[in-house]
Design a protein around this ligand. Structure first.
Ligand SMILES: Cc1ncc(COP(=O)(O)O)c(C=O)c1O
Length: 417
């Protein structure tokens, strides 16, 4: 019962016992598990229960937990000092690695979180264009900064997390609908001259998983070209996960002006980045006039984790992930059909979303609780997506499919009684 005790202790010293609200499992109606350690595809809780982990720190752990090479490079670097408030060689090397993989990135600025990266990207766009208005999409999540939260994707859009917008102030932000051409075109028209940026997750993965309609991202590119606004791709989830380097941009065949990365490029440590062509990036201080700073930015231990992760990924076979996710999606979608239960698995590369339907949160809750008892840990909300890592095996996936299919069969039986 250590999980219970730690959570009780946590609640007395940390609001809600968590440092990020979704970790509280509030919508699931159960106490959260408390993570103790990770090993490859497995997460162990504080009561020593083992789970196959498909949340993988919301996509950060593409190599799985505690990958040996990453642990060794982090330990080595930590022994040399972690933070100096000065440039270190590790920052240069990680920047070079990213730039070498992405044609539209000539410079990057490292920050500590995806939120910082997207905030910086928008400030940079506003500073570079000398305009104010920003268009973003209701289905997309770009972190917890004010301008991204009012009417946001993610669980914030879900009634289980009532959001009274306390303390949130947004201005000059126009929220439109993803995959809806008319909604974007009319916003661009109504804004007129003042549009500085359109920010988008090219494959929105924070409100279920949404695949862009053909040409939708290209439309955004054209609208930005016509208005002089900058196109920002938020690839905090998709960057280096959908493939080494170009990620969503290359799948869509559209280059953004500014890109944000996070999660995978830090290998589980606090690293995120803003990148783009030098003519845009050089608007950042001290080269230009757009202020941005961070005491721990470019932290040398985090840089070592990121660099080692990308080096391993250079030799990684991403098709292995595709094969496993396809297998899971095919078999579970087959079961939904056979048993006549509403639901589907939507996937893009190593990202998958199990959708029981927006109105079926009770079913999701039952599903979630049953999977935990079977030793499977999914992302703890119905609109959150799941992730495969290079550590997952065919056996892990086969066992998981078996358990999901069992659940579907039981629910279908109960439905028919
Ligand atoms: C697409 C996207 N952008 C930005 C963020 C914010 O990143 P962070 O939680 O590191 O601040 C997230 C977080 O999940 C994300 O999925």
């Amino acid at each position: 019962m250590r999980c219970k005790k730690i959570f009780e202790d946590a609640k007395s010293v940390i609001p809600g016992g968590v440092n990020s609200p979704i970790r509280a499992f509030k919508a699931l109606g159960i106490d959260p598990i408390i993570a103790d350690r990770g090993d490859g595809a497995y997460l162990y809780d504080a009561d020593n229960n083992r789970y196959i982990d498909y949340c993988m720190s919301f996509g950060a752990m593409l190599l799985g937990h505690a990958r040996g090479e990453v642990v060794r490079s982090v330990s080595k670097r930590a022994g040399l000092g972690s933070s100096f408030g000065l440039t270190t060689q590790g920052e240069v090397e990680l920047a070079q690695k990213i730039i070498s993989k992405v044609s539209f990135v000539e410079k990057v600025r490292f920050v500590n979180s995806g939120t910082e990266a997207t905030m910086t990207a928008v400030r940079l766009a506003r500073g570079a264009t000398k305009k104010k208005a920003v268009i973003r999409f209701i289905e997309c999540y770009h972190g917890h900064a004010d301008l991204f939260i009012d009417k946001a994707g993610s669980y914030l859009a879900n009634e289980d997390f009532p959001n009274d917008r306390s303390g949130i102030n947004t201005s000059d932000v126009f929220v439109v609908t993803f995959n809806d051409r008319d909604s974007v075109i009319s916003a661009v028209k109504s804004i007129g001259e003042d549009l500085s940026a359109i920010i988008v997750e090219p494959f929105p993965a924070n409100n279920g998983l949404i695949i862009p309609r053909p040409d939708f991202l290209n439309l955004l590119r054209i609208l930005c070209n016509e208005t002089g606004a900058l196109l920002i791709f938020d690839e905090v989830i998709s960057g280096f996960r959908l493939g080494l380097g170009m990620g969503a941009a290359s799948i869509a065949g559209v280059d953004p002006d500014i890109v944000t990365y996070g999660k995978v490029i830090g290998g589980g440590y606090p690293v995120a980045a803003v990148g783009g062509l030098a003519v845009i990036m050089d608007h950042l201080m001290p080269e230009g006039s757009v202020f941005q700073a961070g005491t721990l930015s470019g932290n040398s231990v985090a840089m070592a984790a990121g660099l080692t992760t990308l080096e391993i990924l250079e030799n990684g076979d991403y098709t292995k992930l595709l094969i496993l996710v396809d297998r899971l999606a095919r078999e579970v979608n087959g079961a939904f059909k056979i048993y006549g239960l509403e639901g589907e698995v939507v996937s893009q590369d190593s990202i998958f979303w199990i959708n029981f339907g927006k109105k079926n949160f009770d079913r999701f809750r039952r599903f979630y609780q049953r999977m935990l008892t079977k030793g499977i840990y999914f992302s703890p909300h119905s609109v959150e997506v799941n992730f495969l890592s290079f550590a997952h095996t065919l056996e892990d996936v086969e066992y998981t499919v078996e358990q999901i299919v069992d659940f579907i069969r039981i629910e279908a039986d109960n439905n028919s009684q």
